[in-house]
Each structure stands twice: as structure tokens, then as C-alpha cells.
Design a protein around this ligand. Structure first.
Ligand code: SF4
Length: 455
């Protein structure tokens, strides 16, 4: 059995000095770095870069900070300085010219950017929530008009094929007001689409259940529904409603409460639910959360409330122990569910995953065959669903314009960036990326639509 070995993430060492406020800053910086794929190093020797969060309150504290910087340089050599002493950058640089960067207190973006530059993160398909095409060296990883908003880190589940909980730990939710403040800033700066991500979006807030916060005079619970509603109430500087797209939602019962928000237009009628399989036996072996036999009924219920809802999902074929019967159960389920967008993966053992020890591995050629069958079936369903849109008018957010050919590409409400289809436009050279337009749909294929701007 070949086991996929993951690339080693860069490691950050931390020396945190000063008061509790400085400690909170350190935690916040480290949470962001962990979310970006960094590991922590408990010692100087194992660190690719050392972050020294300094205190400058008293002269004695300043001296202690300078000593800590000196020690980190002597022991490791690659040092980024942040915190209260950041106000004295000249003094620090004069004494330690080899310091890589100096940032001030609460300059989270700057210090994280400095660490990214000193030890660039390694994209990892098994851990990253953001499509690889959006990963880059800069902090703002996407075009200005869409942004990923991470609402929590880690996961309380222990799916047998997944290594995320062992690397990222249990679920830690961000405060709802902090998320909303970040989203508001992004929208003010030009974001037209907010992509809500986490390992398990529907579990958001279970760890901080009673931490109700005030947001623009209203109480906001740390709960997916409250958060989604408030995100849907943001407005761009031009008064437009930004698109809010929910990713990685598990079908817990309370997910039913966000469907009315879709019908009201506060959240896009789009759910990304990684079902991974349909056979109850395989779902149990995978130890999947919200493994409810009545999922098909729930999907029918959602479609009654929000008829234009797009459901995207991913499935794994060839999980250990998957028999022909389990696989045919999955095919029939897919035929019945008529999902709009489907991604499929052949099961692959990943270093550290519990599933590696399961008996009855599925031979590679059987995995290939099953994968091809799922792709063929789901492409056919997708093509039929897209063909039904020909002749209608859809809202499109423009991603790119080719002024020479006069063409443009964008996405409808049914298309998340990088993972779903696109809408290809003719006679659209006058448009700008980030613009919303109405489009008359003229044609379709298995994944994309073709059309022309109207109005
Ligand atoms: S829900 Fe399962 S697959 Fe998703 S992060 Fe948690 S353990 Fe991994």
C-alpha cells in the first residue's frame, strides 16, 4: 500500500513577553499562522523563523525584550520582532541589523506577512480549505472582489480518512463580532463575495455557545444562522448586497434554519456539503458526522423552501471495505439526489490517518473504474441541469475580462470560484472584474454556461 507523505509545513518559534494583552496578541498571531498551515516549534533549533513578541512598558521590560531578540538571533538567526517594542524599530535595527522585520503592537497582518516572507507556507491539498490556485505569497490571496472568511479552526470529528484534527486540533471558533468586523472591512475594500470556510461550518460556535456579542446594536450568537444573517446584511459602498456563500456545511438538523435565509436573499442559495458517501455502512466506517439516513428527504425539503438551491458535494470511492453493493447504493443515491455539482476522489491512504489500518482495501483498478462511473453519472446530471438554464437570465459576478476578444468570464450564484463551473460571456469587453451583471444564458455544456450581458 502506498501511503501519501505530506510535505513538512514550516515551523515558527515564539517568544512571548509582556502583559496578558500581549499574550492575546501572540495567540491571535499564532492562530492565524496555524490556519495558514504553519506548525509551532518548541525550540529554537527546529524553527524556520522565530517570532519575538516584545514588551516596552518599562525600561527593564525593554531590556528584557532586547535580550530575548539577541538570544533568538544567536540561537536561530531568522527573527521577526513584533509587539510594543516595534515602536522603537530604529533602536532594534541599530542593535540587531540582521532582524528580518519589525512590526508594532496589533499589526497582525504585517507580522503574519513578515513570517510568510521569511518562511513561505507550503500548499497542502489534504489540509487547505482554499483551492490551491488561490494560494500565493501575499496575505490577500484572492482577487479583490472575493474573499475567504475563516470562522473557526480545527475540528471535533475524527473521520477515519482525515488527519486535520491531529494537526489542527479540536474546533476553536472565532468570536462572531470579530468575524463580522473582518467581513465588513473586506466588503468596504471591494469584496463582492464572502466565502465562509472552516472545517465544519455548521459546528461553528459549539465551543463558545454562550459568548453572545453585540454587533451594530444587535445580539449575535456564535451560531451559523446568526452569522449568516448578519453577513447577508452587509452592504458594499455602492449599496449592493455582497454574495455570501457557505462552504463545508454538514447536514445537522439546524442547517434547515439557514435555508429560509437563502429564500430571503441574505445568503446565496448554495450549500457545499461534503457527503463523501451514501452507504450507511461506509459512512459508519468513515466515522462521518451527521450521518443521517434521511438526507435525501432533507434535500427535498430544502428544495421546497429554496427551489433554486445549488448543492455541491464531494465523494470518496474505493474506501476500504467498499463492496459492489455499497458502490451501487452510492450510484442510486446520486441519481436520486440530483446534486448540482460533484467532485469525486479515489481513496488514498494519508500518513497518520486511522483508515490506513482498515481491512479489505479496494484494488486500484476497481477504484479507477468506480471513479469513472461516478464522474460520468454526475457530469450527465450536471449537463442536464445546466441545459435547463438555457433561455433564462442569471446574475453573474465578473472574474476576468479580455478586452481584445470582447469576452469575459464570471460565475453565477451556483458557482464557487475554482471548484465549480463558469459563465463565459460574449460582447462583454466593457465590463470590469468584480462587477455584477445580468446575463441571458444562450448555451451550456457539462459544467459551464455561455451567454451575453443584458440590460
Ligand atoms: S469533519 Fe471529518 S473530514 Fe472534516 S475536518 Fe473534521 S475530521 Fe476531517
Amino acid at each position: 500500500m502506498t501511503i501519501t507523505t505530506l510535505p513538512k509545513p514550516p515551523r515558527v518559534g515564539l517568544v512571548s513577553l509582556g502583559c496578558p494583552k500581549a499574550l492575546v496578541d501572540s495567540e491571535r498571531i499564532m492562530t492565524k499562522l496555524r490556519a495558514d498551515g504553519y506548525d509551532m516549534s518548541p525550540d529554537y533549533a527546529g524553527a524556520d523563523v522565530v517570532l519575538v513578541n516584545t514588551c516596552g512598558f518599562l525600561d527593564s521590560a525593554k531590556e528584557e525584550s532586547l535580550e530575548a531578540i539577541g538570544e533568538a538571533i544567536a540561537e536561530n538567526g531568522r527573527v521577526v520582532v513584533t509587539g510594543c517594542m516595534g515602536k522603537e524599530a530604529d533602536l532594534i535595527r541599530a542593535r540587531f541589523p540582521s532582524v528580518l522585520a519589525v512590526t508594532g503592537p496589533q499589526q497582525y497582518d504585517e507580522v503574519v506577512a513578515a513570517v510568510h516572507e521569511a518562511a513561505p507556507p507550503v500548499p497542502n491539498a489534504y489540509l487547505d480549505l482554499i483551492p490551491a490556485a488561490n494560494l500565493g505569497p501575499d496575505l490577500k490571496l484572492t482577487p479583490r472582489h472575493y474573499s475567504y472568511v475563516k470562522i473557526s479552526e480545527g475540528c471535533n470529528h475524527r473521520c477515519a480518512f482525515c488527519i486535520i484534527p491531529s494537526i489542527r486540533g479540536d474546533l476553536i471558533s472565532r468570536r462572531p463580532d470579530a468575524i463580522l468586523r473582518e467581513a465588513e472591512k473586506l466588503v468596504a475594500a471591494g469584496t463582492k463575495e464572502l466565502l465562509v470556510i472552516s472545517q465544519d461550518t455548521s459546528a461553528y460556535g459549539v465551543d463558545i455557545r454562550n459568548d453572545v456579542r453585540q454587533w451594530h446594536g444587535r445580539d449575535v450568537r456564535p451560531h451559523m444562522t446568526d452569522l449568516a444573517r448578519e453577513l447577508g446584511m452587509l452592504r458594499t459602498p455602492a449599496g449592493e448586497t455582497p454574495w455570501v456563500r457557505l462552504h463545508y456545511v454538514y447536514p445537522y438538523p439546524h442547517v434547515d434554519q439557514v435555508i429560509p435565509l437563502m429564500a430571503e436573499g441574505l445568503v446565496l442559495p448554495y450549500l457545499d456539503i461534503p457527503f463523501q458517501h451514501a452507504s450507511p455502512k461506509i459512512l459508519r466506517a468513515m466515522r462521518r458526522p451527521a450521518n443521517d439516513a434521511k438526507v435525501l428527504e432533507r434535500i427535498r425539503g430544502w428544495r421546497r423552501i429554496a427551489p433554486d438551491i445549488t448543492i455541491r458535494s464531494t465523494f470518496v470511492v474505493g474506501f476500504p471495505g467498499e463492496t459492489d453493493e455499497d458502490f451501487h447504493y452510492l450510484l442510486e443515491w446520486l441519481e436520486e439526489a440530483q446534486l448540482d455539482r460533484v467532485g469525486a476522489f479515489r481513496f488514498e491512504p494519508v500518513e497518520g490517518a486511522a483508515a490506513n489500518a482498515l481491512p479489505d482495501p479496494v484494488p486500484e483498478e476497481v477504484k479507477e473504474e468506480r471513479y469513472a462511473q461516478v464522474m460520468e453519472l454526475t457530469a450527465r446530471i450536471s449537463a442536464t441541469k445546466l441545459a435547463a438554464k438555457v433561455g433564462s437570465t442569471v446574475d453573474v459576478l465578473i472574474d476576468a475580462v479580455d478586452s481584445e476578444s470582447g469576452g469575459a468570464t464570471g460565475r453565477s450564484k451556483a458557482d464557487a470560484p475554482e471548484i465549480d463551473g463558469e459563465v463565459h460571456l460574449r460582447d462583454a469587453g466593457h465590463l470590469q472584474p468584480g462587477e455584477f451583471v445580468r446575463v441571458a444564458v444562450e448555451g451550456s455544456d457539462e459544467h459551464d454556461l455561455f451567454g451575453v450581458p443584458v440590460g
